[in-house]
Design a protein around this ligand. Sequence first.
Ligand SMILES: CC(C)(COP(=O)(O)OP(=O)(O)OC[C@H]1O[C@@H](n2cnc3c(N)ncnc32)[C@H](O)[C@@H]1OP(=O)(O)O)[C@@H](O)C(=O)NCCC(=O)NCCS
Length: 258
Amino acid sequence: MDHWRSRKNPEGGVGGISRRRYILLSPASSIEGKVIHVRRLGPQPADQPAEWTAVREICCRTGNDGKPVAGERWNFFARLWIEPYEKICPGWTYIAEGDGAIVGYLTGCPDTRAFARKKLWRFTFPLLWNIARGAYPDNKDAGRFLRQFFYLDRETERGFPRRFRSELKRFYPAHLHINVQAEWRGLGIGKRLVDHFRENLKSVGVAGVHLYCGERPVKFYLKIGFSELARVEFHGRPVFALSWRPGDPTLDRPPSLV
Ligand SMILES: CC(C)(COP(=O)(O)OP(=O)(O)OC[C@H]1O[C@@H](n2cnc3c(N)ncnc32)[C@H](O)[C@@H]1OP(=O)(O)O)[C@@H](O)C(=O)NCCC(=O)NCCS
């Protein structure tokens, strides 16, 4: 991700996110009547560096439960959440553009188990090597990533039983992450991003989508057709497992997911 690392962040945060082609924030008052385009990114990230840079920036602007993460976390944070999708399945990322800017994105993959295998070799091990070489000194996110890798700290989804997680991936193979800039929420952008993703999944015969999330976006997902399968408490906060599949969502569902 050289284009990411090499540029200076105009706002002084770490990570060097460029605004060369896209202005990312627009006041809510100016968006009324504006046309919003949703499009799928191509299979070659090198052909769309500005788009991927914008996706990373939105990730950091929204990654703290919808609010921005602290500037010093941006570089590692965006790498952690965006790079696996950029490297492994770039054609399953979608962006929403409004007013000449990228204002939201969805990253996803059609087969979470295959994605996880590739992620280990193409993302996790290289990142561990970077951390070991001192690329992220005193970075708390990097520290947590290390601890989670060695099972000294639990990832959020590990709050759910192993059998449940495994069946979830089997029965609803795809997963997604979605973020819309604060000023552009409530305009139908999130639904359009998910609909585009679901259409493409259906066209290649993928059986369903799952995701884990905190409480805040749950109503959005329920509104657009997802179902709540389970919830657990993790560090005192609820975490939800949600799913969607075309047709009857209960059909053939294994007992562990009922
Ligand atoms: C969650 C998020 C992606 C939704 O995107 P959005 O563009 O604001 O949602 P939409 O405008 O497409 O909403 C679709 C429907 O869900 C409803 N909805 C959206 N958010 C809602 C909420 N918090 N509570 C109740 N309903 C909600 C909308 O009213 C709309 O219903 P309608 O069709 O009857 O009008 C966006 O709010 C966001 O990025 N939030 C912060 C980051 C986040 O939580 N990401 C998800 C992490 S898992």
